[in-house]
Each structure stands twice: as C-alpha cells, then as structure tokens.
Design a protein around this ligand. Sequence first.
Ligand code: NAI
Ligand code: MG
Length: 501
Amino acid sequence: MAEAQEINISNQAREFLDSNHQLLINGEWVASKSGDKIAVIDPATEEQISEVDAGNAEDINDAVAAARSALTGEWSKIPSHDRAQILNKLADEIEMNFDVLSELEVLDNGMPMPLAQYSIASHGTALLRYYASWATKIHGSTIPVSPGGAMNGESITYTRREPIGVVGAIIPWNSPLIFAILKLTPALAAGCTVILKPAELTPMTALFLGELIRNSGIPKGVVNIVTGYGETAGAALTEHHDVDKIAFTGSTEVGKKIVEASIGNLKKVTLELGGKSPVVVFPDADLEKVIPGAARACFFLQGQNCMAGTRLFVHKDIYEPVLAGVKEMAEAFTIGHGLIPTNDFGPLISATQKKRVMEYIQIGKDEGADLLSGGESVGDKGYFVQPTIFSNVKGDMRIAREEIFGPVLCAESFDDSDLETIANKANNTSYGLSGSVWTQDISVAHKMAMLIDSGQVSINCHAAVDPAIPFGGNKQSGWGREFGKEGLEPYLKTKATTVIF
Ligand code: NAI
Ligand code: MG
C-alpha cells in the first residue's frame, strides 16, 4: 500500500459534489417524491463525498410518462442527421469536461486515474461518435413478394426500422460513466427515449452527464435519470407496463429477476451479466506478452470486471514461469487512492464487495487451492484487497466456478494436447462472456477460439473492446449483444408495409 498522501480535489469537482443532486425528469432537475437520500462514499477512504436523491416508483412513473410523451413528440420529428449531430455535441461536451468527469469517476468508483481517463476517451466519447454515425444509416428494405391472397395485383412491400420505444437502462458501478453512455447512445441513435437508473453506489458521473445532456440540445424527456436503489427504483422500472425495453448490466441474479418482472407487458430485455472467463496459454506462447496480459486480464479494475480473465489455464511446460511472472506483476502493483498518479490498483467498490471477496479467498483456502500470492485486505481505511493468486485450482472448486468480482486469479495447468479436452475445461462454468487464447500457432488459435463457448474471444490479448466489436454473453452471461451494429438492433423494431397498386 502506498503511504497515505493528501488527496487534492479540484474546485470544480468539489463544487459538484457539494451541490444538490436531484432527478432529471422531463428536462428539469426535480426532488425525489420521498425526500430520501443515498450517501455517496469514496471507496478508497470510506468517507462520504456527496449525497443524491433516492427515487422510487412514483418518480419512475413520472420519468416514464416524460419519456413516453417525448417519444411521440418532438424527438420523433427530429431528422436522423440532427440526432447524429446531437450525439456528437454530447461527445464534445464530455471532451470539454474530461478532467472533472475523470476525477468524479475515480472518487466515486475508486479506479486509478489513468484507467478513468482511458475509458472515457477510448470508450465513452468513441461510443457516442460511433453511434452518431449509425443514426443516419438506419433503414429498411424493399422485399419482392409473390402476388396472391390480399396482394391481388401489383404490389410493393417495404420495411421500416422504428425505435423500440421507451427504454429503461439499469447499469452497474464498475465502470459507471461508460455504462451510462453504452446504454444511452444506441438508444438515442435509434430514436428511443430513456430512463437511466445508475447504480446506487456510483451515481455521480451519470448526474454530471445529465447536465451535459441538457446542454447538448437533446429535447426534454428524451433522457431521464432517476438515481435510486435497485430494489425500489430499478424494480419499478422493470415492472412498468409503459416501458418497452430494459437494457441491463449487472449480476446474473438480478438479470433473472428482470426477466420475471418483464413478463407483465412482455417488454424486450437485453442482459449483460456475469462472467468467469478463461485465459488459455499454449506452450509456444510468447511469455513477454502472456505474463502482463494474464495479469491485466484478471486484475484490471481490481477484478471487478465482467470480462475478467479469472481462470488461467497454462500448459504444464510453462506453468511455473508464467505463474512466477504473473505473481511478480501482481506484487508490483501500487495499491492506494486512484487520484494519486503513481497508484495503479484501487479499492473494491464497497464493504459488501470486500467482504464477499474475502469470503471467497477463505473458500479457496478451505477447498485446498494453493495461495501463491496476496490473500489479505490492505490498510485500515478503504476497501482494499491484495491481488490474489491461487494455483493448482481444480475445476470443481467454487472459486473456479462462481463469479467473485474481485482480484482473485485461479490458475491450473493442463497437459492435454487434444483441443476439445482443453476447451471442455475452459467451458466448465455456467458463464460464457469472454476468453482468450495465447499461442503462435494460427490453427490452434482459431480452432480454440471456435471451441470456447463465449460471446467474445481474443487471441494473444484479452478482452478486446471497441465500439465496433459486438460484445455479450452466452449461457448465463446474458441475452443479446451490445456495441457495434448488433448493439443497435435491440433498440429497433421492424414494420413491414405492403401497398397494392
Ligand atoms: P446488482 O446486479 O445488484 O446491481 C446492478 C444494478 O442493478 C444496480 O443499478 C442496481 O441498483 C440494480 N438492481 C439491483 N436489484 C435490482 C432489481 N431487483 N431490479 C432492478 N434493478 C436492480 O449487482 P451488485 O449487487 O452491485 O453486485 C453483486 C455481484 O453482481 C458482483 O459481485 C458481480 O458478481 C455481479 N456484477 C456484475 C457486473 C457486470 O458487469 N456484469 C456489474 C456489477 C455486478
Ligand atoms: Mg445487488
């Protein structure tokens, strides 16, 4: 742990944290009906840095009504070219406020500053500009049909792509601003209206974004932001009969609740849920790339990352050097507050998450895995846990099967040469989100990539993310895809129209 250092917060961030935070409904900041508040905590200090309103079902009702009238009102008449301009304007606004947004993200989430800056620049504004360019390219087609039945005579059939409607977006705390943007942008490009429910643990950057949205020319009611708890505001949104679609990122457990809550009006649902992704290293892999790659795959965002490569499978011939290298990297991280530039490993998000991770570390010890590195919490303030490596993990252990969502790497060696046998081990979880294959042999690389049952596989890197790369889960990692053109589809519906001459 780095020595305690003074944390300096800029005046702009301080003023924002100290200001009164309300709900964005129909273009205005309004107080929650209940008057209840949620304390916002810096996970690196455990100190309260701000408070926000706790919206509940009544506030959700107002937000849904605003989104519904905006959908059929001004927003539906704005040409696609202007929707694109608006999204680009919002990206400009984010760029102009880049420093304060990065700072707020670090204070709220705990991530190291370089990571906040990287994610906002390379995913946030990039996503806005990417989907801005899709706004003008959404169109249907004309379809040749055979005459007969109702189509007695010459006819033309064409399709239109229409916005799916009012979207409820529920997002987690591990990358708060990026998730807000990832949900808003394809929805707005498609012409939908949105009620965004940020995670109760990390509401700050979404609220700042709300003010930028007001400045960017997006009509009132098109984006509404209701901070609040999952069990109240989140649940009300998922049950609401005037919401057409829910876009969710979070736990598999809540994902299943959302499916149940959506049955009432059969709203459409996309889910991006947990993961337990494999990193598979063949004996010919380039160790200079594998070692930092495997360390980052697991310990990025302190392992609080759905794509995290938490199961490391290494061929027995290079198991020892790979593990020694990953251990050296894990022990070289500087743990501490994300606003101190030399720190590269932050806290977990909350006391609950820290407790959960420490319990899993105990489970790993009890199950008989070898603790190679870490395993302890760090310091007496802040939710810090050491990067932790278990070796000789067996596939049936709970630490190998359940999502821990913390800095815990589970390593095991293999000596099989049959790729299907290796893939069976890699696929031995209920998840299927990400994964990576490390080898110089292109046949092994592509064959293995085909055999891994997940929505995304990277070769000689882990978790390749770009606005254009479709991303999402197989099995219990979710429904549907985000990013890329595929990420636009869930926000659109098709209407077929036939005209008889
Ligand atoms: P969570 O799934 O409870 O929270 C995510 C979002 O869902 C938050 O905005 C929350 O307010 C909302 N939510 C909670 N209950 C809800 C309900 N009944 N109806 C509607 N919305 C609801 O995740 P939590 O409890 O913060 O973390 C628990 C575990 O979930 C983590 O340890 C990790 O395994 C997993 N997780 C996975 C994420 C991912 O990126 N796929 C992100 C966050 C958590
Ligand atoms: Mg929860």
